[in-house]
Ligand binder design. Structure first.
Ligand SMILES: Cc1ncc(COP(=O)(O)O)c(C=O)c1O
Length: 445
């Protein structure tokens, strides 16, 4: 089935007990056991069933099956946020003394996890100079246990060469992990291009309505963990925390998600609330039609900004002269994402005047909502980075990131127009020159 259909039907037909058409919300903590023998069999993972909602829940399970189907993966695990998904995915393969290799264009909190949090746990993260596969491969060494990228960088807008990065990772017998939050599986399915593990912030386009934080880890089921027992002993050696279970023996190709659930989710507990799973499922039903509208509106907004002499530069991967254009054709079917960045004339000061004058477009640090949103990454999402790190992540002092929503595009453009006018009025004597495009992407790619 196609993505539009999977988004509505994967993982659920009619409720077997009540024949309900909508996915029921199982707002319960615990589940009854038939007997002590039944309880023991559940705890030994010998029979299917639920024990406790920190570990699994029927509403969450529908979400997991649905997102796995949409990403073309074998299995998925839902968790409390996109950051929890990322943390569990990398914790599942990394131990102290080992390292993860990452591209430099990252969401700010992901950068913080990689630059500060994981090193405190004895795990090094090596940042490549760019997202080019040859640059990434040049920092892989014998202690590397995974390669990481965002399929479309937030906010840089760079489109990763997933096939090239997967080939580089696989030459060194390690998996490629891809954060696919910005394009969603509607525009790009990294597993089809060789990625092994995908992480998602369901908070963004998939949920789509800005009501619920959530995340998911999706496993392709293709990485041959059992072929590399020295590199990934956690999958092929008995787990003392779980009665000596050997994940590859018990779960075969599904070992990755089983271990994420049994070790990370069970012990550290960033479980997705069933209510949020229910809300996210409502959003996912319409994600394909929403993404069409997001993409179309963003194209019109990018063209408007580019034509406007009050704008200094626009970075939008859908412009034919963008350095990302070829990758948009290859990986996104020619449909650039609805996240774009630009700089107003008069740099930081002009940007602040523009930002403060917005009315319809909201000043928030979120993306992927139905509503159009604006963010100033240097002072918010990417504030913890050094100036050099910001530059490599595609953030300059004046950069404004827009997440274009699904309102009528004329209303979005009218708001941007009045805010640009306010920015110019604030600097009436400012000289005007011809606009240019794509500056941050030239820095980062
Ligand atoms: C690309 C990307 N990945 C992950 C996250 C983290 O998601 P969450 O807020 O659900 O933890 C974000 C949040 O903005 C993001 O933009």
């Amino acid at each position: 089935m196609r993505i539009e259909t999977l988004a509505l039907h994967a993982g659920f037909d009619l409720d077997p007990t009540t024949r309900a058409l909508a996915v029921p919300l199982y707002q319960t903590v615990a589940y009854g056991f038939d007997s002590s023998e039944h309880a023991a069999a559940l705890f030994n993972l010998e029979v299917d069933g639920h024990r406790y909602s920190r570990i699994s829940n029927p509403t969450n399970n529908v979400l997991e099956v649905r997102i796995a189907a949409m990403e073309g993966g074998l299995q998925a695990l839902s968790v409390a946020s996109g950051q929890a998904a990322l943390h569990y995915a990398v914790s599942n393969i990394l131990r102290p003394g080992r390292n993860l290799v990452s591209v430099p264009q990252l969401y700010g909190t992901t950068h913080s996890m990689f630059a500060h949090y994981l090193p405190d746990l004895g795990i090094e993260v090596r940042f490549a100079d760019s997202d080019r596969p040859e640059d990434v491969e040049s920092v892989i060494d014998d202690n590397t246990r995974g390669v990481y990228c965002e399929s479309v960088g937030n906010p840089a807008g760079n489109v990763a060469d997933i096939a090239g990065l997967a080939a580089a990772a696989h030459r060194h017998h390690v998996p490629l992990i891809v954060d696919n939050t910005v394009p969603t599986p509607v525009l790009l399915r990294p597993i089809e291009h060789g990625a092994d593990i995908v992480v998602q912030s369901l908070t963004k386009f998939l949920g789509g309505h800005g009501t619920s934080i959530g995340g998911a880890i999706i496993d392709s089921g293709r990485f041959p963990w059992r072929d590399f027992p020295d590199r990934f002993p956690m999958f092929s050696e008995p787990d003392p925390s779980y009665q000596g279970l050997v994940y590859t023996e018990h779960f075969g190709d599904a070992a990755f998600i089983a271990r994420c659930r049994s070790v990370h989710l069970r012990t550290t507990g960033a479980a997705l609330s069933p209510f949020n799973a229910f809300m996210l499922l409502q959003g996912i039903e319409t994600v394909a039609v929403r993404v069409d509208r997001h993409v179309e509106n963003a194209r019109h907004v990018a063209e408007f900004l580019r034509r406007d002499p009050r704008v200094q530069w626009v970075s939008y991967a859908g412009f034919a002269d963008s350095p990302q254009y070829a990758m948009v054709q290859k990986y996104l079917g020619g449909r650039a994402c609805s996240l774009l960045t630009f700089g107003v004339r008069d740099g930081y000061a002009g940007g602040v005047r523009f930002y403060d004058a917005l009315k319809l477009v909201k000043r928030v640090v979120n993306l992927g909502d139905c509503k159009s949103l604006a963010c100033h990454p240097a002072s918010t999402t990417h504030r913890q980075m050094s100036a050099d790190e910001q530059k490599r992540a595609g953030v300059t002092q004046e950069t404004i990131r827009l997440s274009i929503g699904i309102e009528h595009v004329d209303d979005i453009i009218a708001d941007l127009d009045q805010a640009l006018e306010a920015a110019v009025d604030g600097a009436a004597s400012h000289p005007r020159a011809a606009p240019v495009s794509c500056t941050p992407l030239e820095i980062v790619s």
